[in-house]
Design a protein around this ligand. Structure first.
Ligand code: GDP
Ligand code: ZN
Length: 357
């Protein structure tokens, strides 16, 4: 039997009779892969999740500890999501018309990690302000931030960069490494201890995958790839999104987590959406909300097709996402208001017979 403690499990509440604790290593929608004392199993959510959950954040994600009803002859059932000790969330706009006024949903993209490796490369991408931004996110997540400066082999001297980071964040550990030459890598052993879980936060191209590969050694395919049966019983290969390093620490690497790194960038969205922001100057009112105001240049451009609706929506999505990162408190209060609203209208609909349980 596998000891789930190796996967960072701490039994803070007794396991209900007939159930088993587990940790989510992967999921696609409501199809989960959970590591348990009996090995890795496929699992689904017990129906009550869908009734009880008020928001997306109440659904299990990679890294979560859960209780399951083990099933020998089919998918097991996830009965309970255990409290998280840390988490990263992103705004989820899917299925909800984008707009400034619309309230966004929180989607958790990684949970129960101990360390957040803030990854930036030492060459042209190096920027202390961006690291500061990631630090804010990391501190809000509940994980302990560690700054990793990559590609040390590309610069002649990394001391100046390290002291720049330390000036901005004196109490945060900073390490310069090179995944290619192995320089500085042994310093990471201090964090990569058994039972510890790490997530990586950083823009694409900074060397997260290379770092991961270097840590895993040559076992990458053996460690990461898992085979599962799809609906039709065919074998498909998916990537494990929580996996064990040879030294006994775990890494969570989910697409959502990678996306979060992109939005954490401080460059602002103006550069990428110049065409959109240029239109604002042509709205009749300088404080135009681009919703129903007369003389709105956005509305006109959407109507005549010079601005594609998808482009406008992705602009709003990014704007919303940035705001979300900037001001979690505002977001959370909006979310509570949203949940209340939903509850209220659900009650109303039930009363009127529009929906039934
Ligand atoms: P990711 O998008 O953050 O996962 O970044 P990758 O690991 O895919 O790396 C992006 C590019 O940087 C690739 O071309 C890597 O070969 C290169 N790279 C990554 N680590 C190092 C390093 O330590 N030194 C050098 N010189 N290049 C690196
Ligand atoms: Zn407008």
């Amino acid at each position: 039997m596998l000891d789930l403690k190796r996967y960072g499990y701490i039994a803070i509440e007794p396991t209900p009779d007939g159930q088993t604790p587990g940790r989510v290593t992967n999921h696609r929608g409501s199809q989960y892969i959970v590591i348990t004392e009996r090995g890795e199993v496929t699992a689904e959510l017990k129906g009550l999740f869908h009734h009880r959950a008020e928001a997306r954040e109440d659904f299990p994600c990679v890294g979560d500890f859960v209780f399951i009803h083990y099933n020998d002859s089919g998918p097991s059932l996830i009965t309970e999501l255990l409290p998280r000790r840390s988490k990263f969330s992103r705004a989820d706009l899917s299925g909800h018309g984008a707009g400034y006024a619309k309230v966004i949903l929180e989607q958790v993209v990684a949970a129960n990690f101990d360390y957040v490796f803030i990854v930036t490369s030492l060459n042209r991408d190096f920027k202390v302000s961006r690291i500061a931004r990631y630090l804010t996110q990391a501190l809000q997540s509940g994980g302990q931030p560690v700054v990793i400066l990559t590609k040390a082999d590309l610069v002649s001297d990394c001391d100046a960069s390290i002291s720049d980071v330390l000036k901005a964040a004196p109490s945060v550990p900073v390490h310069a490494v090179s995944a290619h030459t192995g320089f500085g890598m042994s310093a990471l052993d201090a964090y990569l201890k058994p039972e510890k879980t790490v997530v990586f936060l950083g823009m694409s191209g900074v060397g997260k995958s290379s770092l991961l590969n270097a840590l895993i050694g040559h076992e990458i395919t053996a460690v990461k790839a898992i085979r599962e049966d799809d609906d039709r019983g065919r074998h498909t290969t998916t990537h494990r999104e929580l996996f064990m390093l040879p030294m006994g620490a775990m890494v969570i690497d989910t697409p959502g987590m990678r996306e979060l790194g992109l939005y954490g960038a401080d460059e602002g969205i103006s550069a990428g959406f110049y065409d959109v922001e240029e239109l604002f100057a042509r709205c009749r009112f300088s404080d135009c909300g681009h919703q129903t105001e007369p003389g709105c240049a956005i509305a006109t451009a959407l109507d005549d097709g010079t601005l594609a609706r998808e482009r406008w929506e992705s602009y709003l999505a990014q704007k919303q996402e940035n705001r979300y990162v900037d001001d979690k408190a505002v977001y959370l209060s909006e979310k509570q208001a949203w949940a209340k609203n939903i509850a209220r209208s659900t009650r109303k609909m039930k009363k009127s017979g529009a929906i039934r349980r």
